[in-house]
Design a protein around this ligand. Structure first.
Ligand code: DGJ
Length: 337
């Protein structure tokens, strides 16, 4: 059968259009500043990602303008005033609308979320049973001595989140934290504990607001920080960093058949220039692009002397069996649904 010229042109332009829609969805990993839809730099550091009702929500540390060194602390304790927790929303992972500071700080000088306190690595999940959005985050004193896990709650993904309390889960300290919901609706916090030496995986109560009392100790004396957790084909993955303050080090990952472990540790998954320094980055969170087989790891590239100017690097996670690699790419192209 002979196709008419007009039909051929129509097919060709439809194919080109489909291709250009896919190719548009990219993230810049180079040196440029990633801006929101108002043209302002995205201020959502050490963040977390939640997908809810067709929208991605990116939460993060809303860093203050000015970086200082915490007085009287021996190590390089660079800080900004905490600006609370920010939220950005997107349908396509490329264009991010600023939804505001969804958990505000508290002017009460005794509050755990006073601007002088550390509010880091916020993550939000929806609880089907209570219909509430729950946030867990790292809460600390200005010298990181308090080492606690904080919890907040909201009726909406865009806040306002009401801070409830900060705790030592099961009586143990908690610094770098992530919050993960499994397919059965049970949720867990993963936190650097025991002086950052051991990662605790802490099961939460059904309302996600407290530890249930069940937890496991993982990677004892390995000093893993910045856990980014995801699940694929029934296996659980943790990508994490070593423990060197704001300075980069070599990532590692671990795989398990059960969320609470035991985990098998694997060496650095990063590939390419500066892979041995995790591309001068540290893991923040990992997620699956909805409706696709694409998994993404989001990193922070900290600028310790000007923390608000820290950048974001998002890279693909590639799989070979259960093992993973994270290759450097200047730009990440998201798979289309
Ligand atoms: C490393 C952690 O991963 C960061 O979130 C932050 O707490 C810095 N340490 C502070 O030095």
């Amino acid at each position: 059968m002979k196709l008419k010229k007009g039909v051929i042109l129509a097919i060709a332009s439809f194919t080109a259009l489909s291709f250009s829609i896919q190719a548009a969805e990219v993230v810049n990993n180079a040196t440029e500043i990633w801006k929101d839809t108002d043209g302002n730099p995205i201020n959502a550091h050490g963040g977390g990602m939640m997908y809810d009702n067709g929208t991605y929500y990116w939460y993060g540390e809303y860093k203050g303008e000015y970086t200082y060194r915490s007085p009287g602390v021996g190590w390089e304790c660079y800080r900004t005033m905490s600006g609370g927790v920010s939220c950005y929303s997107s349908k396509d992972l490329e264009n991010w609308k600023f939804e505001g500071v969804v958990m505000q700080t508290d002017t009460n000088t005794k509050s755990d979320i006073h601007p002088t306190m550390v509010i880091e690595r916020p993550k939000v999940l929806f609880n089907e049973k209570t219909g509430k959005y729950v946030m867990w985050m790292h809460i600390d004193s200005p010298n990181y001595g308090k080492a606690s896990a904080g919890v907040a709650i909201s009726d909406s993904p865009t806040g306002p989140f009401k801070f409830i309390e900060s705790i030592h889960p099961n009586g143990h300290i908690s610094r770098d934290i992530t919050f993960y919901k499994d397919d059965d609706g049970k949720a867990y916090i993963f936190c650097s504990s025991e002086g950052n030496a051991t990662l605790h995986i802490v099961e939460l109560t059904d309302d996600y607001l407290k530890p249930s009392g069940v937890y496991t100790r993982n990677f004892p004396d390995k000093f893993r920080e910045a856990p980014a957790v995801f699940k694929r084909d029934g296996k659980y993955y943790i990508i994490s960093s070593g423990c060197t303050g704001w300075d980069p080090n070599e990532a590692e990952y671990a795989v398990a058949d059960c969320i609470t472990g035991p985990y098998t540790a694997y060496p650095n998954p990063c590939r390419g220039k500066d892979a041995n320094k995790t591309f001068y980055c540290q893991s923040a969170f990992a997620f699956q692009v909805q409706g696709t087989n694409q998994y993404v790891i989001a990193f922070d590239r900290w600028n310790k002397r000007n923390l608000i100017d820290s950048r974001y690097v998002w890279l693909p996670i590639n799989f070979e069996g259960a093992e993973i690699t994270v290759p450097w790419q200047d730009r990440l192209q998201f798979s289309a649904e």
